[in-house]
Design a protein around this ligand. Structure first.
Ligand code: GTP
Ligand code: PEP
Length: 212
């Protein structure tokens, strides 16, 4: 199955507020962009991914992610994360009604294409399926196969909500790079330990010193 991924990205100036104890105000927009660049590049390198649509109103991020090969969809609803995802999925299905679609967070800087392949192949067996994040509280990926709506319910405690909505939780092991979202300094440290993409490696150089 060849998937279209929908990746939401809020304006960089407002992104990653929970990293404020790790990265200063003037550094966080660049970090958020780097996370998104590494996420999009790894997603596009996955053999099960046909294309990537990024829902964002950020002009700089739009240019940089389009340069990597993503389609940019303006965040027309202006209604937050789930409205942006539903809008992106609808745009995809308008163009290709039979397309399998999956929402993927933009903050997965350690994402590995072959781990994403395993997740998407597993998701292909169910109408709707999701992968819990590394903290086992949230969600990093929510997938819907053809003829099924995504019905995204991301945000705090989204794992329980997605499960309650009928989506099947994928019980995969060894897909840490798809689960490791970065919200806090501890998350960034965990992602760096897994191995991040080049944009995040450059943007985070010097941020976390050993033992800090
Ligand atoms: N297009 C769009 N994307 C959003 C919106 N809100 C959040 N996102 C994206 O959804 C994902 C998860 O978002 P959050 O965890 O709420 O926000 P964050 O910027 O990653 O981190 P915090 O500021 O620390 O909450 C990230 O990829 C965000 O960029 C929105 O209103 N529109
Ligand atoms: C939006 C989510 O992630 P975050 O932890 O980045 O808020 C989520 O887990 O549904």
């Amino acid at each position: 199955m060849q998937w279209t991924l929908v990746i939401p990205l809020k304006p960089l100036s407002r992104a990653k507020s929970r990293l404020s104890d790790t990265a200063a105000d003037e550094l966080r927009p660049g970090l958020a962009l780097a996370f998104a660049q590494d996420t999009v590049a790894a997603a596009l390198a996955c053999p099960a991914v046909r294309d990537v649509a990024v829902v964002t109103d950020d002009a700089l991020a739009g240019r940089e992610l389009a340069a990597l090969g993503a389609r940019i969809v303006p965040d027309e609803p202006q209604g937050g994360l789930n409205a942006a995802l539903a809008h992106g999925a609808a745009a995809v299905r308008t163009a290709r009604p039979e397309s399998p679609v999956a929402a993927l967070n933009a903050d997965l800087p350690a994402l590995r294409p072959l781990e994403l392949l395993r997740v998407l192949d597993a998701a292909a067996k169910f109408p709707r399926a999701f992968l819990a994040d590394a903290a086992a509280i949230g969600t990093t990926l929510l997938a819907a196969t053809p003829h099924y709506e995504l019905h995204p319910s991301f945000g705090t405690d989204s794992r329980a909500r997605h499960r309650a909505s009928g989506a099947v939780e994928l019980p995969l092991t060894a897909v840490d790079s798809v689960r490791q979202d970065v919200d806090t300094g501890a998350d960034l440290r965990a992602a760096l330990a897994l191995g991040v993409g080049p944009h995040t490696a450059a943007a985070s150089a010097g941020l976390l010193t050993p033992g800090s």
